[in-house]
Design a protein around this ligand. Structure first.
Ligand code: FAD
Length: 146
């Protein structure tokens, strides 16, 4: 398993501090690991999600290589040639699990807004102290908007 950042990277680096899972604790189940704490109807903080996934990496003994950004995958005669920050790898099969939500999608009308309107995406947002005084408009819905 090649991970460009650290284990649980998206929860560590691409979420804001006050976010909690939208799904209750009892729903957090991975093969061989499930939530067994005292609050099955609670909602994990980002720190707790990170710990949960870190624990899964240990329990599953997955051979994770961190800091291994993949920059190219090429087909060869009998498999693939993968170029990553950790080196060149040959393999028979590749599973691309690079995530569905890891590039912000910003509507073009952003260019029409005055410069006085500070704009940021959930990737750059961490806490309210980052925002200038005044009203806030959230554009979009789904997990990042609501
Ligand atoms: C704001 C928000 C809230 C959410 N809340 C919930 C929730 O409450 N409950 C729930 O079940 N789901 C929730 N989700 C959805 C959940 O985050 C995803 O379903 C889940 O993370 C998908 O896991 P994944 O491993 O497929 O992708 P990711 O978690 O995105 O992992 C992909 C990994 O691939 C790595 N990667 C990407 N490109 C490369 C590369 N070139 N080389 C090496 N590594 C690379 C990334 O660093 C990342 O660690 C939420 C999503 C968002 C955005």
């Amino acid at each position: 398993m090649l991970e460009r950042g650290e284990v649980a990277n998206s929860w560590r680096r691409e979420r804001w501090d006050s976010l909690r899972l939208l799904t209750p604790n009892w729903q957090s189940r991975l093969p061989g690991l499930r939530y067994e704490g005292p609050d099955p109807d609670g909602y994990m903080t980002m720190g707790e999600v990170t710990e949960f996934i870190e624990r899964f990496a240990k329990v599953s003994e997955a051979p994770v290589r961190t800091g291994a950004n993949v920059t190219s995958v090429r087909r060869t005669g009998d498999g693939y040639h993968v170029t990553a920050a950790c080196g060149e790898i040959r393999c028979r099969a590749v599973v691309i699990a690079s995530g569905a939500c890891n590039q912000p999608s910003v509507p073009q009308f952003k260019d029409g807004l005055p410069e006085s309107v500070e704009q940021l995406t959930p990737f750059g947002y961490r806490d309210p102290a980052q925002l200038p005084d005044g009203g806030v408009l959230v554009v979009g819905a789904s997990a990042t908007g609501v």
